[in-house]
Design a protein around this ligand. Structure first.
Ligand code: SF4
Length: 385
């Protein structure tokens, strides 16, 4: 029997729709040494033909010294398109040699998994247009579901392996139990699903409850009961606090840009000179029209959140969700600026894709964890910048 699977209700029937846009997003994809050798052999045997007849190994696989030895190269790109992507939109490797010949990043995309003692939690990267579209669905309530039948068809799960790790931290000197973390995670998703709170109010409430939870002392009794009590209490604070104000949004976004390693830089950083103007004029008046997809996007960050497992506490983990909110808001303003029109469904969907390109595929996980941990470790700075 396989592990118990956990996924968001909106993601469980994900199927690749073959848009191929992901393979042309400028995403830097590492290739395992063994996969590179296998593809090279298949090419030499004439079993894989690359678009344009390209055979130069330096073009097909770009060296990257920042990667671990087992994945010392990236898939080559031309103008942001993977060199193996055919004009038809199909992948040359997949079409000619099958799914198993692909680098593991391509095989697993867009799934983002955490393996832990209670099972496997699976969320999706919304760089994939099909996954991004799933955030707009209204046909089911937002919740964490267990053992969804379609996701269970996969046999292997790769991702952050926390099966042998200590459970997530409450703060730098205290751990919670795995069941407590699962309860807090379910509570975060349920709070973000609440129709009586805006996405910002929901985040504000979670931040306030998180602070109450992490203030636990032994004299408060069992931590599990304290956590459950705190989840039933608290009120959302002002939307300008907890990193949700406009100035904080811009400041957090600039910090996110510093988490992109040199190998993942694509052109100059976005110009934020008119960000506040476009946010106020083109995004904010329409933001709440799209609060459904926005709250689902934030839930996809609160659930299966790697920072909860790798960071130093609850503030770090929640900051990762607040950072996703900032990233989405800035990308929405940039999309509106580029299109010269107010926020609409298409612009929001593209902003969601832009946001996950940055958060999931371009930023260094180590640098982002360190950024989130600054909220945990710097008491004067926490959750208020
Ligand atoms: S190898 Fe194939 S699946 Fe992977 S990015 Fe390139 S075209 Fe896409």
């Amino acid at each position: 029997m396989g592990p118990t699977l956990h996924a968001l209700s909106i993601h469980v029937d994900y199927r690749c729709a073959g848009t191929s846009l992901c393979c042309a997003s400028g995403w830097r994809i590492p290739v395992e040494r063994s996969v590179r050798q296998h593809i090279t052999r298949l090419m030499a045997e004439g079993r894989i033909a690359v678009p344009g007849g390209e055979t130069d190994p330096e073009v097909l696989f770009e060296r990257c010294d920042e990667l671990p030895e087992s994945r010392s190269a990236l898939l080559g790109t031309r103008g942001g398109r993977c060199v193996f992507l055919e004009d038809s939109g199909l992948c040359a490797i997949h079409r000619q040699a099958g799914h198993s010949a692909l680098p593991s990043e391509c095989q697993h995309f867009p799934r983002i998994c955490v393996l832990h003692p209670l099972g496997v939690s699976v969320t999706l990267s919304h760089l994939c247009p099909t996954a991004a579209e799933m955030l707009f669905r209204e046909d089911r309530p937002l919740a964490i579901v267990v053992n969804p039948p379609i996701l269970s068809e996969r046999e292997t799960w790769e991702g952050l392996d926390a099966r042998e790790a200590l459970p997530p931290m409450i703060c730098p000197d205290a751990l919670m139990r795995w069941e407590d973390h699962a309860h807090w995670e379910r509570h975060m998703v349920a709070t973000l699903a609440r129709g009586d709170l805006t996405p910002e109010q929901a985040l504000g409430l979670l931040a306030a409850q998180g602070e109450m939870i992490r203030s636990w002392r032994e004299s408060d009794g069992e931590f599990s009961e304290h956590l459950r009590r705190c989840c039933d209490e608290g009120r959302p604070s002002e939307s300008g606090s907890h990193g949700l104000g406009i100035e904080s949004t811009e400041a957090i976004f600039r910090e996110l840009l510093h988490c992109i390693p040199p190998s993942a830089q694509i052109g100059p950083p976005p110009c934020l000179d008119h960000f506040a103007d476009h946010l106020g004029r083109s995004v904010q008046p329409h933001w709440l029209e799209f609060q459904g997809p926005i709250r689902r996007y934030l839930a996809s960050k609160a659930f299966a959140n790697w920072i909860a497992y790798q960071g130093q506490g609850m503030r770090s983990a929640l900051f990762a969700v607040i950072a996703a909110h900032a990233s989405l808001r800035v990308h929405a303003a940039l999309r509106c600026e580029e299109a010269g029109r107010p926020l609409d469904r298409d612009l929001l969907r593209e902003a969601i894709r832009d946001s996950d390109l940055l958060l999931v595929h371009r930023m260094s996980r180590e640098l982002f964890t360190a950024l989130c941990d600054r909220r945990e470790l710097d008491v004067s700075d926490h959750l208020t910048t």
